[in-house]
Design a protein around this ligand. Structure first.
Ligand code: CA
Length: 451
């Protein structure tokens, strides 16, 4: 192991351990989370792009973020002055210890010491709106923009090298299913929060390989530091994770990458900006100002020439607090996969923020909300609350505010505004298709499911 990787690993585990400690602390005082570290822009440029009748009702908002590549658009909007340019001079970005903490903080709201909104895996905004993951307390939220596509993947412990645990799992299905007989335990896989993106990605991958994630393996939410330690000592086998973890896991010889989410579903929906509905309803102009700032930042993020500066800003102590060398490869689309697989060197394989070959990244397509909720039906998640497509449609129509995104983009004069709320038929790596016009046909076409 190089001195560099030893050094970076120590720093990395320290940072991850701090998150895990934050999670434990939160549990001990649920409902009253400790105030998170916050970052405000280092300078506050004067608003230069605000017509008199567009003046925001308020100039401040508190947005939560998780220190992973998904949050880069918000961080750049803050640090490069794009929020301020449209009049939002008092944005506060608040680092969240983990997803449960973000959920608890938005339930409280900024007025109670929490947050007004921020970064979410899907369909957290829908679940919070319905009170499904907030002990019945309904906090209506609006999905306003997608933050990014791609930048996630499935990491495998190095002890499985050479066993065929790769993108197409079919050849390794017997190896994984025979774990109880051979090892006295099931093959064990982790994600960071149940029933959202990371859980969906790894479930899709297992099921496509003929492995039932509810029966053939153990799949559970585990803090990242604990997962990585388990992968190191042979008690954890797989981790559904996002950049910059994949790079660390390979560089530090903890394991290899079985798949990038780019491979599972090219240009898939990933994480979103969503804000409490009471805040948006009270501040529609401020909402659109925020969206304009985010969209301009997302356009900035996708310029390859800006990526080195993006890495410098996001890796900084106020944000991800990691060595910039760790963030550079994903932003170049450079992924060493390991286990004899070909490496990626394609900027379109990594995180993107504004546009991709399938359309606009920032625009929150309703057809993507529909996929996340259809997948919830597939696995029987929250089935007492999400029982059928009528419920799903009602949830999407009350939570997805693509109309506000559209108005903001038009007012700002941005190009590339989608003409439909659907991105159309989606195709997965195993050939399965999802037609938003007929989600039941998608469910019918799947073999491993709970419906
Ligand atoms: Ca993610």
């Amino acid at each position: 192991m190089s001195d560099f990787s030893r050094l970076t690993r120590r720093k990395f585990l320290y940072a991850a351990g701090a998150s895990a400690a934050g999670s434990v602390l939160l549990k001990s005082c649920a409902g009253n989370p400790p105030s998170a570290t916050t970052s405000t822009a280092t300078d506050t440029p004067t608003a230069v792009n605000v017509a008199a009748n567009d003046t925001p009702e308020v100039t401040n908002i508190k947005l939560g973020y998780i220190p992973i590549v998904e949050s880069a658009g918000m961080i750049i909007a803050q640090e490069k002055g794009f929020f301020a340019k449209y009049g939002m001079t008092g944005v506060e970005l608040s680092k969240q210890a983990n997803w449960a903490s973000a959920r608890d903080n938005v339930t409280i709201g900024a007025s109670g010491g929490g947050i007004d909104g921020g970064q979410w895996q899907m369909p957290m905004p829908h679940l919070i709106s319905e009170g499904i993951i907030t002990n019945g307390q309904k906090i209506p939220m609006y999905v306003l923009a997608q933050l990014n596509t791609q930048g996630n993947g499935i990491a495998i412990s190095g002890i499985h090298t050479g066993k065929g645990v790769n993108l197409d799992l079919k050849g390794a299905a017997d190896y994984i299913k025979s774990f109880p007989a051979n090892e006295g335990r099931k093959f064990k896989a982790a994600h960071t929060f149940p029933n959202v993106n990371q859980d969906f990605w790894i479930r899709y991958w297992f099921a496509a390989g003929g492995i039932d994630p509810d029966q053939d393996i153990d799949l559970l939410a585990v803090p990242p530091a604990e997962t990585v330690q388990g992968m190191r000592n042979g008690t954890m086998d797989a981790f559904s994770t996002g950049d910059p973890w994949p790079y660390r896991i390979v560089t530090d010889d903890i394991g290899y990458m079985a798949a990038l989410t780019h491979q599972l579903w090219e240009f898939h929906p990933e994480e979103y900006l969503a804000i409490r509905a009471d805040w948006v309803d009270a501040n529609p102009k401020a909402t659109k100002a925020l969206l304009k700032g985010l969209m301009e930042a997302q356009q900035w993020c996708d310029q390859p020439a800006n990526r080195p500066e993006l890495v410098q800003i996001c890796s900084g102590r106020n944000y991800f607090n990691i060595p910039p060398e760790i963030l550079t490869p994903p932003y170049e689309g450079a992924y060493t996969m390991g286990d004899g697989q070909e490496a990626f060197n394609d900027i379109n394989a990594g995180p993107l923020y504004w546009s991709d070959p399938k359309g606009n990244v920032s625009y929150p397509y309703k057809s993507h909300d529909l996929w996340f909720l259809t997948e919830s039906l597939r696995w029987g998640f929250h089935k007492n609350s999400i029982a059928d497509f009528d419920t799903v449609k009602r949830m999407i129509d009350s939570v997805n505010r693509e109309d506000l995104w559209r108005e903001a983009a038009q007012e700002a004069g941005f190009s590339g505004i989608p003409t439909s709320t659907s991105r159309g038929v989606e195709t997965f790596f195993d050939g399965i298709t999802f037609d938003p016009e007929n989600p039941q046909a998608y469910l019918d076409s799947l073999t491993v499911k709970r419906v």
